[in-house]
Design a protein around this ligand. Structure first.
Ligand SMILES: Nc1ncnc2c1ncn2[C@@H]1O[C@H](COP(=O)(O)OP(=O)(O)OP(=O)(O)O)[C@@H](O)[C@H]1O
Length: 247
């Protein structure tokens, strides 16, 4: 039974193994409503596997995933979406032969109760927020890499998420558009969205989050205020050979 005091979102002892690879091991953390968390770590440290598990794309081998106190571990992706949990992918998963507007409407219409005119109206709102109105009738395949990232974000927003997990939203994005995406993330967080931000661009991550969780080899090695965590010797060691700043 969900308790009144339960965190909005929590994972406890989460684990995923691929053969002998311990992609995620004994991972625990909680998120309060409206919080924004940076999830960082070197390549292969288990960040995407974590996102996959907490959105229902992958079944954990162990541990719990609780949304408002109710255990969701092992539930299918559509039930996570129904709980208001949405994610973006490192490489945008767009319908390349559909227009920008159609790409936004499709996820909305997966909810049988929404009618097309309402979905279109919401999509226009999302396009205005992302400043992409002028591209509504363009094919997704004609967009630049950065615009595709924005549209990917827009598709997640069409699911009316309460928790938004962003997998490398800054990767491969032109610096000007990067600032714009940073602005959108800040504004979504200000509007009450709980956000988990995964990215290797630590300067950009630092500019939007106050708390950061660091993974290395599938395990959590630090979780706390950005300024403290990035001075932590274990974190510096985990990153040895990779840069601590932006790309
Ligand atoms: N489907 C899979 N099958 C086998 N091994 C996998 C699979 N998915 C991930 N792995 C392995 O699990 C480990 C964690 O991978 P994951 O993609 O979660 O790391 P990551 O921190 O997101 O890395 P990156 O920053 O490079 O995206 C890696 O060793 C990876 O090779």
């Amino acid at each position: 039974m969900p308790s009144e005091s339960a965190a909005f979102f929590s994972v406890n002892g989460l684990a995923k193994h691929f053969g002998g690879i311990h992609a995620v091991e004994d991972l625990s953390f909680t998120l309060q409503r409206g919080e924004i968390l940076g999830l960082i770590g070197p390549n292969g440290s288990g960040k995407t596997t974590t996102i996959n598990m907490v959105t229902g794309a992958l079944k954990p081998d162990g541990g719990s995933i609780e949304v408002e106190g109710a255990d969701m571990a092992g539930q299918p992706a559509h039930l996570y979406a129904r709980c208001g949990i949405a994610r973006t992918f490192q490489v945008p998963r767009l319908f390349r032969r559909m227009t920008v507007m159609e790409n936004l409407i499709v996820p909305a219409l997966s909810d049988a109760s929404e009618r097309r005119p309402t979905a279109e109206e919401r999509a226009r709102g999302v396009l205005a927020f992302l400043r992409l109105e002028h591209l509504a009738d363009h094919y997704a395949r004609a967009l630049s890499g950065g615009q595709q990232k924005l549209l990917e974000l827009g598709r997640a927003l069409m699911l009316r998420p309460r928790l938004l997990l962003l997998d490398e939203p800054f990767a491969g994005v032109h610096p000007r558009l990067l600032d714009e995406i940073v602005g959108h993330i800040r504004s979504l967080n200000r509007d009450g969205h709980t956000i988990v931000l995964v990215d290797h661009n630590l300067d950009a991550v630092r500019s939007v989050v106050t708390r950061v969780l660091v993974m290395a080899r599938g395990r959590k090695i630090a979780d706390g205020a950005v300024s403290d965590v990035l001075r932590n010797a274990d974190v510096v060691r985990a990153y040895t050979g990779t840069r601590m700043g932006g790309p």
